[in-house]
Design a protein around this ligand. Structure first.
Ligand SMILES: O=C(O)c1ccccc1NCC(=O)[C@H](O)[C@H](O)COP(=O)(O)O
Length: 224
């Protein structure tokens, strides 16, 4: 569905730079606790700025189906990224005709859990458009779960070794990707696409526009 996604964009100009540099998708984050969260009004403005360009993906963490439907309609999102603890059955409550990407935080158990989730969505008649593989971050008891944007890397060789269990679902590698490591990440993991948030930033939600351009160019070369 897409191969290069720049996530956590909060500024109109960063979205335009990503689009002009050839991003296939941009991610707008609607999780209020994220430093990259945007209001629906800002999201509408950003989506208008890149109209006809990259797919605009809405990132949600444990939002209600009604809330997601409201945002999808207002912002004309091209895809929904579930990045929380939503069960597989939840996909059936989402607006029809909008592709769903599941973010799976990959820990010690590897990709098997993600494959079971993917299969359950298929059985429900709502196959996933892609699976986004993100890092799982250990937190101390009582601390907030880190759902995403952690800058932590996955075990790329392990992803490559286990990716077959998720075939033929497209795999988007995320977690700690930067302009410097993205080519190696693609070569080693053999994923179909890549996603980055913190790896191209000056500060959370503020993209370094040169890093965005470099990331996209390096990823594009490596994905050829
Ligand atoms: O970026 C966030 O702050 C975030 C918070 C909660 C859920 C998801 C979030 N980001 C979603 C993404 O798709 C990120 O690009 C992905 O987690 C990778 O982040 P990073 O390691 O910073 O590149």
């Amino acid at each position: 569905m897409f191969t290069i996604k720049i996530c956590g964009i909060t500024r109109h100009d960063d979205a335009v730079v990503a689009a002009e540099a050839g991003a296939d998708a941009i991610g707008l984050n609607f999780y209020a606790k994220s430093p990259r969260s945007v209001s629906v009004e800002t999201a509408m403005e950003i989506a208008r700025a890149v109209d006809g360009g990259p797919v605009v993906v809405g990132v949600f963490v444990n939002a209600s189906a009604a809330e997601i439907a409201r945002v999808v309609a207002a912002v004309a999102l091209g895809a929904i990224q579930l990045h929380g603890d939503e069960p597989a059955e939840f996909v059936n409550e989402l607006p029809h005709g909008v592709p769903v990407i599941r973010a799976a935080r990959i820990g010690a158990a590897g990709l098997a859990e993600a494959a079971a989730y993917r299969d359950a969505c298929g059985d429900l008649g709502r196959p996933l458009a892609a699976m986004l593989l993100d890092a799982s971050v250990k937190v101390a008891p009582g601390e907030e779960v880190v759902y995403g944007g952690s800058g932590h890397r996955l075990d790329w060789p392990r992803v490559a070794a286990e990716r077959g269990v998720l075939a033929p679902t497209p795999l988007i590698l995320a977690g700690g990707l930067t302009p410097v490591n993205v080519a190696e990440a693609i070569a080693v993991s053999r994923c179909d696409g890549v996603d980055t948030a913190s790896g191209v930033e000056v500060s959370p939600g503020v993209k370094d526009q040169q890093m965005v351009r470099s990331f996209i160019a390096a990823a594009r070369r490596a994905l050829r």
